[in-house]
Design a protein around this ligand. Structure first.
Ligand code: NAD
Ligand code: UD1
Length: 332
């Protein structure tokens, strides 16, 4: 059985479906700090199986001990954590507590239970600015926010842990820009308040909930002056976790892997793709650059292909079609 922390969240819920499709049994632990219990029923609907769900915090050591005592957990995929860059600068202790101390608690419980297979949700944000693109996993990391540093600290802790006990098999997955939703329209990303990220914002403009997209900067060193990113469909990303788990069935160590498509898309190209998907005109206005943004961030995906046998399948048109279907379902 695979314990999925943060399993009712955006990426975790899609991963539960792909795990189930691949024949794994799943147990979910989530505090519902940034997700809804509705997702549990949706997962049951999509997998055709009951979802074993524990509501609680990953820092709750007694709860972790109870889960490991009650379930035969053979591996953990650890999504639970906080993810807003701006909040992490306002309240770094909340981020270190949830993301670093939370991970320590999970690893300790695993150690006691004798479970040594762990997959960690890391982020391309660990690379920071000033990288040659496409960026590979051996590049020197220099995260520029508290959030990014929590991810990098955990990766380093995982290397130390694995060096102390070679029985551990660990994969840290550095996600690029996860977007899109499940094709059923039943699960997707539900941002609270004003979306900080491009695709959820585009979806709300297309739905008439916001008047215009503000494009942050038109003077970047890119083909049309707007920022270029490596958007990856959340279902492809979910399948990357299954591939990582299958990799850990045959080897130990701590492997760090980028999950992206290797292709960059500019903000204006993404606006066009969303207009095609939604059949709506999207009003845009150019504003100043957002602080901390880089010109281009694209993954070197050769390690994922060579070591995990994983490559993303969906293009940005499909990402926007699925994001738009999800937006239309939540508005219905
Ligand atoms: P999400 O907020 O949708 O999911 C995280 C889930 O964890 C939520 O359901 C939340 O309720 C739960 N949670 C938070 N703190 C918890 C705690 N202390 N105990 C138990 N549950 C807790 O976010 P997501 O987009 O699905 O991201 C999942 C992971 O991937 C996070 O660790 C995030 O940092 C990482 N990540 C996300 C992105 C992205 O763009 N979405 C990019 C890179 C990395
Ligand atoms: C952001 C985070 C990153 C995180 C990623 C995925 C920052 C600086 N970085 O990355 O750490 O891993 O989300 O969650 O926040 N854009 C607009 N208008 C908008 C929103 C975005 O023009 O309203 C532009 C941005 O300038 C950027 C592109 O769209 O060029 C993508 O932005 P976003 O979706 O926020 O992702 P990142 O900035 O790559």
């Amino acid at each position: 059985m695979i314990l999925v922390t943060g399993g009712t969240g955006y990426i975790g819920s899609h991963t539960c479906i792909e795990l189930s499709r691949a024949g794994f049994e799943v147990v979910v632990l989530d505090s519902l700090a940034n997700s809804s219990s509705d997702v549990v029923g949706r997962l049951e609907q999509l997998t055709g199986k009951p979802t074993v769900f524990y509501e609680g915090d990953v820092r709750d050591e007694a709860l972790l001990a109870k889960i490991f005592a009650e379930r035969e957990v053979t591996g953990v995929i650890h999504f639970a954590g906080l993810k807003s860059l701006s909040d992490s600068l306002r309240d770094p202790l909340a981020y270190y507590s949830s993301n670093v101390a939370g991970t320590v608690a999970v690893l300790k419980a695993m150690q006691v239970a004798g479970c040594r297979t762990f997959i960690f949700s890391s982020s391309a944000t660990v690379y920071g600015a000033f990288q040659a693109m496409p960026v590979n996993e051996d590049s020197v990391c220099a995260p520029i926010t508290a959030y990014g540093r929590t991810k990098f600290h955990v990766e380093q802790m995982l290397s130390d842990l694995q060096a102390s006990d070679p029985a551990w098999g660990i994969v840290s997955l550095r996600y690029f820009n996860p977007v899109g939703a499940h094709e059923s329209g039943l699960i997707g990303e539900r941002p609270l308040g004003t979306p900080a990220n491009l695709v959820p914002y585009l979806a709300q403009v297309a739905a008439g909930e916001r008047s215009a997209l503000k494009i942050y900067g038109r003077d970047y060193e890119t083909r049309d002056g707007t920022g270029v990113r490596d958007y990856v469909h959340v279902v492809d990303l979910a399948k990357g976790h299954v591939a990582a788990l299958q990799h850990l069935a045959r080897s130990r160590g701590h492997l760090v892997v980028n999950l992206g498509t290797g292709r960059g898309t500019s903000v204006l190209e993404m606006v066009n793709a969303f207009e095609r998907a939604s059949n709506k005109k999207i009003a845009c206005e150019f504003t100043d650059r957002r602080s901390g943004d880089v010109d281009v961030c694209v993954a070197d995906v050769s390690r994922a292909r060579d070591l995990l046998g994983w490559s993303a399948e969906h293009d940005v048109d499909r990402m926007c079609i699925d994001a738009w279907r999800w937006q239309s379902m939540i508005d219905a």
